[in-house]
Design a protein around this ligand. Sequence first.
Ligand code: FES
Ligand SMILES: [Fe+2]
Length: 422
Amino acid sequence: MKFIATDVDDSPQKLQQMIALQMEKPGFAIERYFYRSHVAYEQELDRLIFRSWLFAGHVSEIPENGDYLLFEVGEDCIIICRDQAGEVRALHNICRHRGARVCEKQTGNRKTFVCPYHGWVYNTDGSLKAARDMDLLEGFDPADYSLKPVRLNLFMGLIFINCDPAAEDFLPALENIRAPLGAYDLDHAKVAHKQTYSVDANWKLCLENYLECYHCASSHREYARRHTLRELEENVAHINAAMLARAEEVTGVKDIGKEHRKLYLDADIFGGCVSHQRYGLYQGYQTGSQDGKPVAPLMGNMRGYDGGVGDYQMGPASFMLNYPDHCVLYRFIPRGITQTDMQLVWFVNGDAAEGVDYDTDKVTWLWKYTTKEDEYIILRNSEGVNSRFFEPGPYQPEFEEVSIDFIAWYLEGLKNAPAIQP
Ligand code: FES
Ligand SMILES: [Fe+2]
């Protein structure tokens, strides 16, 4: 069911009242209002999403000068391109004349971006190359009308963007996971497959679902058979301890098990969450595949299978789950009050050849399967929370700890964070 979510007596004052009430109930799920209020949704974009670091793509997707891809967030669109000098850039896809999008196709290669409306022409670095007959306007200087740039940070081939011109750099925070993430040499990795699931539910429901593994045992039979995260830590501590004890020697990567956790209100910078933990797979599983056997050559600097998987968060809504032979990136992006893009990107080692070294169906099997299960439960969740009879219950304190952290950041951000100044 697709909801036309509306709160009929909504206002910025009501939003602040609802935040104050919700803050009195820490540890509880949030009220239906936050999934139906258009005021809340707009302010989420202004104060949270557009001020956060978001995964936008990988350098291997735009290898040649002039290559680009589009990244759509809310009602906005950002061009991620490699300019003619080879530099990776992020540009607002909004003509500086009267605002038409200058680029329509999702991916491609361009020498210039030509606005379809009145034909202004932009270089791939965003500068205005030609504006027909505008020389008749006294004082018109093309240098004043470049496509607006978007903040961009590159980390190990991962492209992160932030629409807030005043945002702090994300790179110092990401440095904390350089050792364990470096194991996979993502700079030279290859995108084996990429898929976007457009889910008819509010982005917070999709994100909250990823943030907790309380549902793993009940909703993900295949995942739960392989990954120890489905259990309370104390029940699987011996499996994780044994894996961590052998991890460095087996993988050949120093500090591969190094933990880091700075999430949400605890993050070094606003919208710049960073975390890593390595947890164990159950016996018999070397990787997240159907039969537990490798499905691709070892990634980057990895030298063996330690029975572990690296679990990462980068920014409030981007994650990675890295097996020794392939990595899965997960990203959540709001596209409307009841629409979310869940994007998955599967990476394999840069020189692996499809059909020879790996079979895409085998690499993607587990997380395609698991994502369909997630979509199913998120839609059921959306139906329930949109009911006027929904009364939020308490989070499970261990499994849903990060969801609690997210909600605290969410409420604090809507209450106190400044709106973006474009
Ligand atoms: S809106 Fe782009 S040229 Fe007029
Ligand atoms: Fe799930």
